[in-house]
Design a binder for this molecule. Sequence first.
Ligand SMILES: [Zn+2]
Length: 400
Amino acid sequence: MSARRGLALAFAAGVWIVAIVLLWRTRVPSGLDVSGVDVHRYFSDAELRRSDRYGRVGLLLFLASQLTLVLVLAGYARWGARLTRESAAGRIGTGMMLGMLGLAFVWLAELPFTVLQLWWERRHGLLKVDYFSGIFGGWLALGGEFLSICLALVIVMGFAKWLGERWWLAGAPAFVGIALLFAFLNPYLLQTRPLHDPNLAAAALRFERAEGVPRTPVRVEEVRTFTSAPNAEATGLGVSRRVILWDTLTDGRFSPAEIRFVLAHEIGHLARDHIWKSVAWYALFAFPGAFLIARLTRRRGGMADPRAVPLSLFVLVVLSLLALPVQNAITRHLEAEADWMALQTTRDPAAGRKLFHRFTTTTLDEPNPSTFEYLLLENHPTIAQRIAMANVWEARQRRP
Ligand SMILES: [Zn+2]
């Protein structure tokens, strides 16, 4: 390695570490202990058994589908390049064709798990769509995946032709730019209606002012024909930012105090710039990720060569799987801050506890999953941790 290259690498690593330290900072007081909640105090044995069984099958399905995904793409990486021989679509056209073929193989291989997952969620009354729309109704999402793969390949293969193995230096910023654009546009892609409940709307206005993000629209998304699971999200950047409540949250099962807690949580995400921070975290993964793809596809001629496309899909999926526990830790960290903001704003830990309890009964979230599940699947703090945070917050108020 030349001295100049070493210096550049050290500088990049320094920027990366400083960014992580800055992004990791939250309003949650450090050293807050959210362990040690006895779930039996809050949940009946029947509730625990039900969510436990639901979660265990979910975990098995996830593991089996991920293993299948990796195996299918490993095979495709090994033999897929042979399919290019007859193609006369040009370099990037052939690459895109291989990308779409890879996606088609993955879709077919994942089909049994899609069906099993549908069956499992329908059986528990969480999903309300029939099998046909469950499998093919996602065509819009699938079309979106096709388009994103094509776009990604055009970017990567285009830059690789121009910059060789260093395409990642231009590719990673391009992907971050696209992520920013989608974060901005996302609210406009969802069909929503205004929030009709005047009391909730007034509470939202109050919370927005208290948390420092005034004039944030709150909208309702109608999902109840597809699912019974309650949810909400904070989305958008700058002028597009808004809070979206699912109509499964406002259908009468949740008390006004519980919905207010959700509102304060979502507004907390926006107040603490979590969408911006998520894009920043993505950037921290995009650079080393793109670099690794560039390095690991070298032996197939690099990304300028369409024959490297099947291998690149395999590398991307394996890297994403490896990054999953880290990504979950990051989102859990942001979610914990949003919970803290909700406690500070509503000053209603009892509503928080009831809300978290109801999450278990309505979505079958396990209150206290195994460490393995926690690392692999939990992108929110566990219900037990969230209840514990409400308890800790309350105890801190009583302290002189
Ligand atoms: Zn959240």
